[in-house]
Design a protein around this ligand. Sequence first.
Ligand code: LLP
Length: 437
Amino acid sequence: HGTSRINAKGHLEIGGCDVTDLAKEFGTPLYIVDEALVRQRAREYMEAFRETGLRFQVAYASKAFCVMAMCRLAEEEGMSLDVVSDGELYTALQAGFPPERIHFHGNNKTPEEIEMALNANIGCFVVDNFMELSLLNAIAAEHGKTVNILLRVTPGVEAHTHDYISTGQQDSKFGFDVGNGTAFKAVEEALKQPQLKLLGVHSHIGSQIFEVDGFRMAVEKVAAFSIDVRSKLNVTFPVINLGGGFGIRYVEGDTPLPLGTYVKAITDAIISEFTAADYPLPEIWIEPGRSMVGDAGTTLYTIGSSKDIPGVRKYIAVDGGMTDNPRPALYESKYEAILANRANDEPSEVVSIAGKCCESGDMLIWDLKLPEARKDDLLAVFCTGAYNYAMASNYNRIRRPAVVFVKDGRADLVVARETYENIVGNDIIPERLRKQA
Ligand code: LLP
């Protein structure tokens, strides 16, 4: 899918680049991002919204993959940006992302983070709790600024991958609970803060969601809440944010909907709920992360050792693992992969792909059908664009891989492979431990 195909040499090609050439030029493990596919995803969202005639913002949830080149891409595609930390904010600002299109999330923003965002004049803070309401107001007052805020609410809809329940969500570290009146109190509190301009409410029901019902239910709850607030406090919200969570296909059996279908479900529900109450139609914001970059990413590894336990299992080890993709170890996430340098060879055995970390749990894929793999073959693992580089670590002091954007036969390095200097860069040997000359 995307621009991926198998070329005449039987090699995987992405963005017009033969991945065996990419391996030679940039080394492995290597994250490869299909730039055209990322842009296509952005356009699917933007176009689906444009068709509705509603005012909207599509804020890329940068936590999925936050590097400066990606911020540039999001900006070029007309998106806004959701950041959740000083590091993500810094990355966006360094990339020159328009601050007025940055939204700042998080359940424990520090005073330093708030200052940094205020100084940059970002577009909106998504306020998570009462402490943050007063802290933000106080810091804004010191700076003589008024700031736009949304209140993050938990609407009482919990979306799992396949099903959702309408009660459990109350038990969440995020946001103000609608069901028990906390969210209403938060609105009253926000209205009392002179430096805060309340734009509306935010709801995020979960991630990797394949159905629209959870989003519809969230809209119903948020609309009912907004209507209640209007009737009791005579305040209308100009903005409603429905968060992210739109699913992607990692493996057979994953059944995401076309991105426009999620948008249409949300906007249809908004239009019907708010129109029925004669409520001015709010601007709609969403925050897709995974669905913007997930299936545009491929990780390329070189195969090294293997271990065959006859009658039990054959392990094939690659030159990366949980350090570049912790998701299988953390969430038991499933991935598909092929031999990228012999992509037309028929699968002939079932193997399990191990990483190189000193830990038994460092497995990338269990029971994968592959042609008989040899040392130095290249393994391409698909759908690694989201929450892979973003969650990578230096466990075992392994250097983080490079990231390249590929498009129209060009490959551009957007993150360099870490160096040994990077690995020891922050280490300090105290005087008393230094070797005497
Ligand atoms: N907005 C908010 C407030 C969020 O908390 C999240 C994700 C998103 C948007 C983006 O959701 P997405 O469209 O990517 O599903 N590390 C996990 C995923 C954690 C998602 C956290 N919040 C993983 O690797 O699956």
